[in-house]
Design a protein around this ligand. Structure first.
Ligand code: PEP
Ligand code: MG
Length: 577
């Protein structure tokens, strides 16, 4: 029997199914007798503590795999601590004698019903975190301290209605998860994101999965195609095992490129930058395989904590990063908060369109105290390496001039205090079309730029990068995008200033040949993509890339361009489109 779902994390697996059919229990509507209030209250507080501890444990273990994803669990801890929820649940227990589990369920449900109705995709997305947290609390309430998954004795394919991100996070030996099959879930759900980070193939949205699978049943999974075959015959098992071998060999072959230089087949050196969000060893470990830090998303230093990071704390983090790279450039991006990223330490005003609002540099201008602390820390760290400071969300030359003046004033302040700093390069992110269109003018005022394609696409196509309902409108290969990238590169090239790309497009195997053909020579990416990008580069020549780019520029729609590139590119491995 064959089942079809959506591939959420790539890979192939053959193995026995482990049905994990723990449904999220809905407690009965129940009132307690007079005198029982305190014990329910205490139990709620202890369940809360257990959940907080569990999430912290998972956060720490996930940060070794993928620090940026570990933040999911930091955000969930904050939900547990939410002031309103924490007033409401005890109030229901004490004043209305609701049973604790019923109070937890219902109070969260009230918040969830508001979140689910909102048109704001960011807020709607938060609702899955609230559901995860509620399920975790109820699990502890029911004394289910282990999920039954944490002690898997042998490698299995897990089939479930849905899994909490913490279910996967809690599994000690991830090698025992051959694949994950979910009836629910979503491609962009936290569970899928975590499966991908851990290298576990995952298929989600498999309708009626639990009706069809049985414990210990043999299954063959091709997560690239979202396909599951139950009780496969020997021929299919052989075929899938071969596919799995090819997939794993591909992975191994790709990994072998990690140590190489980023270089095309015709010998042109391509600068490989690393995107990081902390100075943790897990991130800086890739420093030996990269030529620079292409972007340090410094906002992650500010997130998941209740106080702002001090100048000293930041100084030490930046110093460590700069020292790890020696003479090689480290691009520190100033605080890019707002949009999808929130600060727990600082109340941000609620905005109807946060991505078009008081975000990044705009926020820093509105909070010079916060901006000053960061600039002081970066300047002080500059003596320890080769610092390039990059400004996010720049929309005009006014923004550039204002920020540069701010930096100059901060330098004067440090000079007065006899605090040493070095001359640094100042650059911008190209992510608002308004600045991309005047890249020639911007190039005269800054030392370098990096194309933030993640945002540039959303602003150019007017399609929210967080809203899966408008996914089809968010087009990396929109002809406008290619033209704009071409002009931006040309503007910086003629000014003799470096230009790179640090958005996702920079590590997309299908986009790389076009980017090279348009003149890009600096790509920056997460550590997980470094080997694959080097492998793609090794299979390309610049002449080929220029021909491809010229051909793509002749076409009129994103689909035409993707089809053209898919047909022409024979990189042969894991294209994303
Ligand atoms: C981008 O917009 O492409 C980028 C690199 O920045 P972020 O994804 O952090 O917004
Ligand atoms: Mg951006």
């Amino acid at each position: 029997m064959e089942l079809q779902g959506k591939g959420a994390a790539p890979g192939v697996a053959v193995g026995r199914v482990y049905v994990y059919n723990k449904k999220i229990s809905i407690p009965a509507e129940r009132f307690i007798s007079a005198g029982e209030e305190q014990s329910h209250l205490n139990r709620y507080l202890s369940v809360k503590e257990q959940a907080l501890e569990e999430l912290e444990k998972i956060k720490v273990s996930m940060s070794k795999v993928d620090p940026s994803k570990a933040e999911i669990f930091g955000a969930q801890k904050e939900i547990i601590e939410d002031i309103i929820i924490n007033e409401e649940i005890p109030a229901k227990i004490k004043n209305e004698r609701w049973a604790g589990d019923w109070a937890i369920y219902t109070v969260y449900e009230t918040v969830l019903s508001v979140l689910r109705k909102t048109a704001d995709s960011l807020i709607a997305e938060r609702s899955s975190d609230f559901e995860d947290v509620r399920a975790l609390l109820l699990r502890f309430w029911n004394n289910e301290t282990t999920t039954g998954l944490s002690d898997l004795a042998e490698p299995v394919i897990i089939a479930a209605e849905d899994l909490l991100p913490s279910d996967i996070g809690a599994i000690g030996d991830k090698k025992n998860i051959l694949a994950i099959l979910l009836e629910k879930g979503g491609i962009t759900s936290h569970t899928a994101i975590i499966a991908k980070s851990c290298g576990i193939p995952a298929v989600v949205c498999v309708s009626q999965l639990l009706e069809h699978v049985k414990n210990s049943q043999l299954a063959a999974v091709n997560a690239d195609e979202g396909k599951i075959i139950l009780d496969p015959d020997n021929a299919i098992v052989g075929d899938y095992n071969k596919k799995k071998e090819i997939f794993l060999n591909e992975k191994k072959e790709t990994a072998a490129f990690l140590k190489n230089d980023g270089c095309t087949a015709c010998g042109v050196k391509i600068d490989i930058g690393l995107n990081i969000s902390s100075a943790d060893a897990s991130e800086l470990g890739a420093s030996e395989y990269t030529d620079s830090v292409g972007v340090f998303r410094t906002e992650f230093i500010y997130m998941g904590r209740s106080t702002l990071p001090t100048e000293e704390e930041q100084f030490l983090i930046y110093k460590k990063t700069l020292e790890s790279y020696g003479d090689r450039p480290v691009v520190l991006r100033t605080l890019d908060i707002g949009g999808d990223k929130k600060l727990e330490s600082t109340e941000l005003p609620r905005e109807d369109n946060p991505f078009l609002g008081n975000r990044a540099l705009r926020f820093c201008f509105s909070r010079p105290d916060i901006f000053k602390t960061q600039i002081r820390a970066t300047l002080r760290a500059s003596v320890f390496g080769n610092l390039w400071l990059m400004l996010p969300m720049v929309g005009s030359l006014d923004d550039i001039r204002k920020a540069k003046e701010f930096i100059t004033l901060t330098k004067k302040e440090l000079k007065k205090e006899n605090k040493p700093f070095k001359e640094i390069k100042i650059g911008i992110m190209i992510e608002i079309p308004a600045i991309a269109y005047i890249a020639d003018l911007a190039a005269k005022e800054v030392d370098f730029a990096s194309i933030g394609s993640n945002d540039l696409i959303q602003y150019l196509c007017a399609a929210d990068r967080m809203n899966s309902a408008v996914e089809e409108y968010y087009q990396s290969f929109h002809p406008s995008m290619l033209r704009l990238i071409k002009e931006t590169i040309a503007a910086f090239d003629s000014a003799g200033k470096p230009i790179s790309i640090c958005g996702e497009m920079g590590s997309d195997p299908l986009a790389i040949p076009v980017l090279l053909g348009l003149g890009m020579r600096k790509l920056s990416m997460g550590s997980a993509s470094v080997a694959a990008v080097k492998r793609v580069l090794a299979g390309l020549t610049i002449v080929q890339c220029e021909e491809l780019a010229a051909g793509a520029l002749q076409l009129s729609t994103a689909d035409e361009i993707k089809e053209f590139l898919n047909n022409k590119c024979s990189t042969g491995h894991t294209p994303r489109h």
